[in-house]
Design a binder for this molecule. Structure first.
Ligand code: ADP
Length: 271
């Protein structure tokens, strides 16, 4: 599938209303996408093995989205294809007092994936221009400078061999209501129900505007943003898997050369 249509053009103004969270272009239903998804998951496993073996580059996947948009689900169903040994997942929560005593990128940089690894950010430095802006945790003169910092920071990572892809899991307010209701009603899901999430929901439009600025101002050639239609979980998984396959396939991954004269080594009897 071609995911170019979901990529935000660098320098563009984003209108989220123009992206349909229900859209499933290319596939009729979950069944129709099943083989392609399975194929992508197999590719991800093979590509990651090369990334790990090569050990010279890293992949960073940034996941953002409103509550219930499926960040955890994408990690489980797509990143689950990777060998856990080569993956480093970091969930960014409300900053601790130690984190708050530093600049906002301090905790982010520490979590950047080392060479050979896939790093997954469940939330990220983008919270510092999203919740910080909407909940007024810092004044505009502070957060408005951050788009530029972020672009420069991501450029530095990219120049250091870290391939970056950023995924905004786009759901509708109606779909969030359905998912929150399901959480409230289903005993196995109730642990995820957080009354604090209702506050962010009440500020839905403010968050959408903040996302539009973050996506538009930080969509760069070295760290592209994708708007992933996420009302259908199977389609979200399909798009996320394709973005990751494309990113890894674009990295010239090769196994390192074997030791010289490998075939001449006799395997000795165990001592
Ligand atoms: P989940 O990601 O599953 O919703 P939590 O319920 O623990 O996990 O939510 C994490 C919370 O931390 C979110 O409300 C998010 O907005 C908040 N958060 C993350 N980064 C920051 C930040 N830099 N400043 C303030 N709040 C943040």
């Amino acid at each position: 599938m071609n995911v170019k249509r979901f990529q935000v053009k660098p320098g563009s103004t984003v209108h989220l209303e123009a992206f349909d969270p229900d859209a499933t272009p290319g596939f009729k239903d979950k069944q129709d996408a099943a083989d392609d998804l399975a194929g992508n998951l197999a590719k991800l496993a093979a590509l990651q093995e090369k990334l790990y073996a090569q050990g010279t580059q890293a992949l960073l996947v940034v996941l953002q989205g409103m509550d219930t948009s499926g960040k955890d689900g994408a990690i489980e169903h797509v990143m689950g294809a990777f060998n856990p040994q080569g993956v480093q997942i970091t969930a960014f929560k409300v900053p601790t007092s130690e984190e708050l005593a530093h600049d906002y990128l301090w905790r982010i940089h520490k979590a950047a994936p080392p060479r050979g690894m896939v790093g997954i950010f469940n939330r990220s430095h983008y919270e510092d221009v999203l919740v910080v802006r909407v909940a007024k945790l810092a004044p505009k003169k502070v957060w408005s400078k951050r788009f530029e910092h972020i672009n420069e920071f991501e450029k530095m990572l990219s120049d250091s061999g870290v391939r970056i892809v950023k995924l905004f899991l786009h759901i509708s307010a109606e779909e969030q209501a359905r998912r929150l209701t399901e959480r409230r009603e289903t005993p196995e899901k109730q642990w995820k129900f957080n009354p604090g999430d209702l506050k962010a929901r009440a500020q839905w439009s403010l968050y959408q505007r903040a996302y539009e600025d973050a996506l538009g101002r930080c969509a760069t050639p070295w760290a592209p943003w994708f708007v992933v239609p996420s009302n259908r979980k199977w389609y979200r998984n399909m798009v996320v898997s394709q973005v990751l396959v494309d990113a890894l396939e674009g990295m010239d991954l090769e196994f390192p050369p074997a030791v010289e004269n490998i075939s001449t080594f006799e395997i000795p009897p165990a001592g």
